[in-house]
Design a protein around this ligand. Structure first.
Ligand SMILES: Nc1c(NC[C@H](O)[C@H](O)[C@H](O)CO)[nH]c(=O)[nH]c1=O
Ligand SMILES: CC(=O)[C@@H](O)COP(=O)(O)O
Length: 165
């Protein structure tokens, strides 16, 4: 289903686990900061709306989306009690193929963290053709991908908790 046919911020709280006991890490890229800050706010607000506690949310910033990989890895090594991590980035097509390499590298790197480590890392990285597409998906007409990512983080934290018993 294309984003254009759904609202990224829509969720039914009755279907979401309570987030009160979960601790979240959020790594935020500083490229396209208005976009990434909008997604951070969406994620932060959604976690609190679902019962999360602001003191249980830690935020680190990194220079660009490529650095989300290392930032998430080091966050896992620095905090042994996190239940899920959300990485937030906005990659927008420029004149060259750099967009392709950054997007592929970040997707593969975050995938690898999920494969090799025990903390779910949620991929909240917009890969847009234009700034308007990014605006539309970070609190604009298509909702907020940060909210969608927060819901995924809560659900995966619960899955990880349930899997231990
Ligand atoms: N063009 C964008 C970048 N490029 C920077 C890379 O992510 C990286 O920081 C650099 O190559 C140094 O390693 N990053 C974004 O997040 N968004 C872009 O649109
Ligand atoms: C995704 C990028 O790195 C890109 O925005 C950089 O722009 P350009 O391809 O024009 O150098």
């Amino acid at each position: 289903m294309a984003t254009a046919t759904k609202n990224l911020s829509a969720y039914d709280k009755t279907t979401i686990p309570n987030a009160k006991d979960f601790r979240f890490g959020i790594v935020v890229s500083e490229w396209n900061p208005d976009i990434t800050q909008g997604m951070f706010q969406g994620a932060f607000d959604t976690i609190l709306d679902c019962g999360g506690i602001k003191e249980n949310i830690v935020r680190w910033n990194v220079p660009g989306s490529f650095e989300l990989i290392y930032g998430a890895k080091k966050m896992q090594q620095s905090f042994d009690m996190l239940d899920a991590i959300v990485v937030i980035g906005s990659v927008i097509q420029g004149e060259t193929k750099h967009f392709d390499y950054v997007c592929e590298a970040v997707a593969q790197g975050i995938k690898d963290l999920n494969v090799h480590n025990d903390i779910p890392v949620i991929f909240c990285v917009l890969t847009d053709n234009t700034m308007q597409q990014a605006i539309d998906r970070s609190g604009g007409k298509h909702g907020n991908k940060g909210s969608e990512a927060a819901i995924a983080a809560i659900k995966m934290a619960q899955l990880r908790k349930d899997a231990k018993f």
